[in-house]
Design a protein around this ligand. Structure first.
Ligand code: ASP
Length: 318
């Protein structure tokens, strides 16, 4: 059988490159998800996931993460996690619990300490500066505080056909204390069924969770649709409904992979994502929404784009 991974945003690529090497050597999808997401969580320049993630409105880093095993539907999740180095690892551990598999707030650190997970101050100087600059800007203009957010979400299939998925996020920048997005919510931020495939989302959690879009994508794949058709139908149908009934729809981007390693993407904003399979070297793509409502245009990210990205995320903050 084949293996592969798909993940949201450029930041996921190094993680999936390392994890798919392991998958090529017979590694499990569960381990691939945890290892790859940990790499994203540990990199201090990714400001929307793990260490270096941007804080909430009171200057505190609160992280959401989830893990799902597509063989048996086990799910573990954390929300509002503080001071835990790798929320994804705790979420994976929680997925083995029969009870209490979704923990929020102070309970996450208590559980993590008891289970021997590493603790760490997750607020970097850089994130603190970005936060205080934004507070300044907000006092001078009516800028929305909720710009600039990106969840890492990944789906993996291993050589035995076993599938898993995971998410990790600092949620919306300047979110209210205790605010939880879609990322740790089953069916919204993620869903996987090894007999079908998996999907994961990034964008405005408050809107994504209204449509349970990850579940809907997997359900549609289960009716026989290819991942591209399923994810596109799930996203556009719901985005159109929201536009019609509420007058607006937030940013939505989803990636999907089936248990054959075929994949698809849907988005209503410019969106980068990463894929690696048995037949495809780890590749970073850019997706642009189609104006006619059709499938997005997908192109391989140019070296120029990658260089500009790296310069931007590591540029000194005044
Ligand atoms: N979906 C995340 C949230 O609302 C943020 C993001 O993916 O950009 O918490």
């Amino acid at each position: 059988m084949t293996y592969g991974m798909i993940a949201t945003w450029r930041m996921a690529c190094d993680g999936i490159a390392a994890a798919t090497k392991d998958l090529a050597n017979g590694g499990t999808s569960q381990k691939a998800i945890v290892d790859a997401i940990k790499m994203v969580e540990d990199y201090p320049f990714y400001k929307s996931v793990g260490y270096g993630g941007l804080p909430n409105e009171v200057g505190m880093v609160e992280l959401d993460a989830a893990f799902m095993n597509g063989d048996n539907f086990d799910i573990g999740a954390v929300a509002g996690s503080r001071g835990v180095k790798n929320p994804i690892a705790v979420a994976e551990k929680l997925s083995h619990e029969r009870f209490n598999s979704f923990i929020v707030g102070d309970g996450v650190a208590k559980y993590a300490i008891k289970e021997g997970f590493e603790m760490q101050n997750m607020l970097t100087e850089r994130a603190k500066k970005t936060w205080s600059n934004r507070l300044d800007e907000m006092s001078r203009s009516n800028l929305s505080p909720y710009d600039g957010h990106d969840t890492v979400g990944m789906v993996a299939v291993d050589k035995t056909g076993s599938m898993s998925c995971g998410t990790s996020s600092s949620g919306l920048f300047m979110k209210k204390e205790g605010r939880v997005g879609d990322s740790p919510l089953s069916g919204s931020g993620f869903y996987v069924d090894s007999e079908i495939g998996g999907a994961t989302a990034t964008g405005l959690g408050e809107d994504l969770m209204k449509g349970c879009l990850s579940y809907e994508t997997v359900r549609l794949m289960g009716t026989g649709l290819e991942p591209q058709a399923a994810v596109h139908q799930a996203m556009t149908t719901f985005a159109n409904q929201l536009e019609r009934r509420k007058g607006k729809c937030g940013a939505f981007s989803l990636v999907a992979m089936n248990n054959k390693g075929e994949w698809g993407v849907a988005t209503n904003v410019e969106f980068s994502f990463a894929v690696a399979t048995e037949n495809l070297e780890p590749t970073i793509y850019l997706a642009y929404p189609a104006e006619d409502g059709g499938y997005p245009t997908i192109e391989v990210a140019s070296q120029e784009w990658l260089d500009a990205y790296q310069t931007r995320i590591t540029a000194p903050i005044q």
